[in-house]
Design a protein around this ligand. Structure first.
Ligand code: C2E
Ligand code: MG
Ligand code: MG
Length: 697
């Protein structure tokens, strides 16, 4: 019987505390429900212990209980415990609340026991030994308080987190047992002699109830508790998968921006604690946009998925990979790697991304630019991604397929770029754009044969801004289309104006790689020429070698459209891209402009001379005119003449100048140099009939 009573006490305590811990932080109704379940288990357990204990004493006379007092004791126990459990488990409790809770729980137990001891018709009745009552109360209170402290203290750093509940239950069970045992001895049961009234509830009937009633109640509560635990588990699972879903990029399956921001926050806190560094890499694909635009978005999506899977291979315990935006990915290294290791990692990534992608039977060459920012050296956690992004932009500006560590000036550059962008939006409306013209010289005769139109921005505050600074911004933020159209129209207008003034000048304009993707560009050029009634032969379009290489099929088709319009085509900055000869031969080009970098080295480097020599020979073989740009010295001029270079351009002859200046020079010989303009430049030009169909893409 003692064993049964002990098990019952333990079960009541366990069910009580298990139900009570579900009180938690949710709605009041939910919390009161669980606190009531705990209080019922608590009070019923105490009551049953009393009955079983008294029954086991074998008092030697039939015993009966007054139901009202018995019920009142149980009810009071329930109410006090309800308050106690709510105080201890609703929302986050503090020390005072735990203390009050322990007092209420103790009072509940003492009340149940005291009233249960007063319910039978004992004679002479409970004598109440004050010391035992005090010992019962204090012992019970200490056990309750101990149980609450075991459950709540050091919740996060608990040495045995799984034992919190059973340990607390053991102490609560001790409180139950102690209160019963001490109160029974305080009442002096052994001294009772008289039998009770026959019409009261007999101890035997109550014994039966005490055995099975609480058991059923406790089991029911336990089952409810377990069901709730399972429900909570599946709810947590559902919440987990929802959270995973909200943190995953649907296209690539990689974690998304939100996930990475959260991981970075955690990692930065850990890095602060352990005085470690973190590495953030911003990976931006080179040449993704043209692929997307040429082959379609579905193809672009395939490419992004393939990129994600290559990058995903790098994810391990200390490395997180995420998709940041369109073709931008992030890689976070939550390890203390030194600069060499980081650089080696970046090189591996670049090599992997450079391997051509096989998609739908096509081989797609892609590369990437990687920006690296290291925490905390390169900035706070909140700026780390932006700094890595700025470094990636620098890597891209350096030609791509490379990595770059962050440096503070990159952010200043970024801020300045934003300001330039803001002003650039209104530059052409406000008449701040202007074309300058740099003469092209026929090398053998030293005469001016034409000019290259070079864009200038007369900024109201910054003064004359070079295209080197604002063309990349215009390209990046989608302004190049409008600016490029302005250049086309302005160049045609100028050719017409000069012609009307008697100067038949050939003009070359520069086309950006982004303009090549405008499907109506050839139409536009044809329309601008027609509007000014200018002979298309007077206009040359310069396209950089790297732009011409970006998408060979598209470039070929586009060059053919332009050639059909009748304009000349020139490959600019030749020698910096990697064009193949067979490819070059397929393009209807008339001119190759050797990049300035070779001309600079001409006097001192035999390699540079060999390159220029080879390009001139190549030009001869392919029937192309070879132009050298950036000629600054007389020595360079002489070498280029000897090598057979046909046209020259450079500060040695003339810097780019305003249209009026060039006209004055040509017509009144008031120019910066003493060069002659070729005689054929002075005469009438005629507009040939335009073949409309040839212009259509
Ligand atoms: P580019 O087409 O290769 O133009 C030659 C650049 O070299 C010009 O710089 C010119 O001023 C400069 N240059 C010419 N001779 C010398 C020399 O002897 N020494 C030195 N140090 N530099 C010389 P600019 O005008 O700053 O233009 C830079 C680039 O900006 C151009 O390179 C071209 O790619 C681009 N650009 C200029 N105007 C336009 C435009 O209207 N549209 C587009 N899309 N790009 C343009
Ligand atoms: Mg050019
Ligand atoms: Mg050039």
């Amino acid at each position: 019987m003692t064993l049964f009573a002990a098990a019952l006490g333990l079960l009541s305590a366990l069910v009580g505390v298990d139900a009570a811990r579900r009180v938690g932080t949710r709605s009041i109704v939910h919390s009161v429900g669980w606190a009531l379940a705990a209080a019922l288990a608590w009070s019923t357990g105490a009551w049953s212990l009393h009955i079983l204990h008294v029954e086991s004493l074998g008092l030697g006379f039939p015993l009966g209980y007054q139901p009202i007092i018995l019920l009142a004791g149980w009810l009071l126990g329930v109410l006090l415990a309800l308050g106690g459990w709510l105080l201890a488990f609703f929302r986050s409790p503090n020390a005072w609340r735990l203390l009050a809770a322990s007092v209420l729980l103790t009072s509940g137990l003492i009340c149940v026991q005291a009233l249960a001891l007063m319910a039978p018709g004992f004679t002479p009745g409970p004598t109440w030994n004050a010391t035992s009552v005090a010992s019962a109360s204090v012992g019970t209170w200490l056990a309750c308080l101990g149980a609450l402290l075991v459950y709540w203290t050091n919740r996060e750093q608990h040495p045995l987190p799984r034992l919190r509940l059973p340990l607390a239950a053991l102490l609560f069970a001790a409180a139950l047992g102690w209160s019963q045992w001490q109160m029974a001895s305080a009442a002096g049961l052994e001294q009772q002699v008289s039998a009770s009234y026959a019409d009261l509830l007999s101890i035997h009937a109550l014994g039966l109830l005490a055995r099975f009633g609480p058991l059923i109640l406790l089991l029911m509560t336990l089952v409810t508790s377990l069901t709730e635990a399972r429900m909570r588990e599946s709810l947590q699972k559902a919440e987990g998968s929802l959270e995973r879903h909200s943190q995953t990029d649907p296209l690539t399956g990689l974690p998304n921006r939100q996930y990475m921001e959260e991981r970075l926050l955690d990692a930065a806190q850990r890095a602060d604690q352990h005085r470690q560094r973190l590495v953030m890499m911003f990976i931006d694909l080179d040449g993704f946009k043209p692929i997307n635009e040429t082959f379609g978005h579905r193809f672009g999506d395939l490419l992004l998925c393939e990129t994600a899977s290559r990058l995903g291979q790098h994810a391990d315990s200390g490395v997180e990979v995420a998709r940041w935006a369109a073709d931008e990915f992030l890689l976070l290294v939550d390890r203390d790697e030194d600069r060499e290791a980081v650089a080696a990692r970046a090189r591996t990534l670049l090599d992997q991304l450079k391997r051509p992608f096989e998609l739908e039977g096509r081989e797609v060459p892609v590369a990437a630019s990687i920006g690296i920012a290291i925490y905390p050296n390169d900035g706070a956690q909140s700026t780390l991604i932006a700094h890595a992004d700025a470094a990636a932009r620098t890597a891209k500006a350096a030609g791509g397929d490379t990595y770059c560590f962050f440096e503070p000036h990159m952010m200043r550059d970024a801020r300045e770029q934003m300001e330039l962008l803001r002003d650039l939006r209104h530059a052409s409306d406000q008449g701040q754009l202007e074309l300058y013209y740099q003469p092209k010289i026929h090398a053998p005769s030293g005469q001016i044969t034409g000019a290259e139109a070079l864009l200038r921005w007369n900024h109201p505050v910054r003064g004359l801004v070079s295209p080197v600074h604002f063309i990349p911004i215009a390209e990046r933020f989608g302004l190049i289309g409008a600016i490029g159209n302005w250049v086309i129209e302005e160049a045609c207008r100028q050719i017409r104006q000069w012609r009307d003034g008697g100067l038949r000048m050939r003009v070359a304009i520069n086309l950006s790689v982004h303009q090549l993707r405008q499907h109506d560009l050839a139409d536009r050029i044809a329309a601008a020429l027609a509007a000014q009634e200018v002979n298309p032969r007077l206009l040359t379009c310069e396209i950089t070698e790297s732009a011409a290489m970006e998408d060979a099929d598209h470039t070929k088709a586009f060059f053919q459209q332009l050639a059909a319009v009748g304009v000349h085509l020139s490959i600019d900055d030749f020698g910096t891209g990697y064009s193949s000869l067979s490819y070059l031969r397929q393009l209807p080009t008339e001119e190759l402009k050797i990049d300035r970098s070779f001309i600079i080295d001409l006097e001192n480097s035999s390699d540079a001379r060999a390159v220029v020599d080879a390009v001139v020979k190549l030009g001869l073989a392919l029937g192309l005119k070879v132009v050298a740009e950036g000629v600054e010295t007389e020595a360079q001029y002489q070498i280029l003449r000897q090598l057979g270079c046909e046209e020259l351009q450079g500060y040695l002859f003339a810097k780019p100048m305003g249209a009026k200046m060039l006209y004055l020079w040509a017509t009144m010989e008031k120019g910066p140099g003493d060069l002659d303009f070729r005689a054929s430049l002075f005469g009438d030009t005629q507009i040939p009939p335009l073949d409309e169909d040839a212009v259509k893409p």
